[in-house]
Design a protein around this ligand. Sequence first.
Ligand code: NI
Length: 359
Amino acid sequence: MFPTSRQVDHAQLSRVELHVHLDGSLRHETIWELAKKKGLSLAGCETLQDLRDIGDLQAIERIAYEFCEDEARNGVTYVEARYSPHFLLPLDVPPTFEALCEVVRAVDRGFARGENDHRVKARHVLCTLVGADMARDVLKLCEHFRGEGVVGIDMAALAKEDFSTYEEVKEECDEVQIFQEARRLGIHRTVHAGESGPAEMVRRALEIYGAERIGHGYHVLDDLQLYSKCLKEKTHLETCPISSFLTGSVPLSVEKHPVVRFAEDDANYSISTDDPTITGAYLQENYDLLWRWGMSEAHFTRANLNAAESCFLPEHEKRQLVKQLKNIFVDGNSKEEATQDLPFKATAHTRLDLTYALN
Ligand code: NI
């Protein structure tokens, strides 16, 4: 049997997840149950987008609530869940601003109940897609719900079959203007870049879109000059290890996964799932994979502190989160020194590592 990383301590949730799609996190059982209730066929359905007929406000609230429960099961104390309100609208409902607001409110009700029952704080990041003509609405929603749960905006590319014309981050399109406006308004910004696309996409996301965080960013390693700039400027990279293999963004043949390289170089990176419905893997499985690659609890500690420091919460809540994590990590280390049979042993080396992680 493979060794696994430290299992979740439910008394002290200590993980922060920054890159997870709510519309890629439905439980398979819930999809099945909702589809049956509505008499829908699931043949040919691959993503929530294909399952939009399932959607209604109650279903959305339920999905958001169950999401929090699953995050708690995986040790998460704070999560930024991203989704496109447009894609959560049932097909027969036109995307008016009020209808989109109702979607955000339904998600928020689920998050509020989830926080109450499972102690997971969840905030919204609203997504737009290149060329999908929804960026203006998304920006408006970010403004409307600022201070009420929505903490940022994200941009992804539409999946393309023809990879020769595939651009994750276009140089010129409506989204550029929207992101520049978001920056002026002080709305936090993350952009999917350098996942399957080249390092140039990361450069564009940072320089043209003013992204504060990069979704994935693995291919930044193809341009070492840009990579060292990211290291110097502490650009946050939201990595999703299992997803990176399953999407083909990082080939299985790779000698050293970019996440391991980021950890070795003390980059500002974090660990997330991306789309558990599609990958079938939750956060614990991602940590287990990294553990098998030789990353230690000290690396995970650092990754979670990175995530907390780079999250989109208001400054005072962010400071609170960082403090909460530091208390847990320092405490956890002293407990483990007295426990011999855990995979994480507080050897002198590990203590050094932990000093590194907490600094
Ligand atoms: Ni993503």
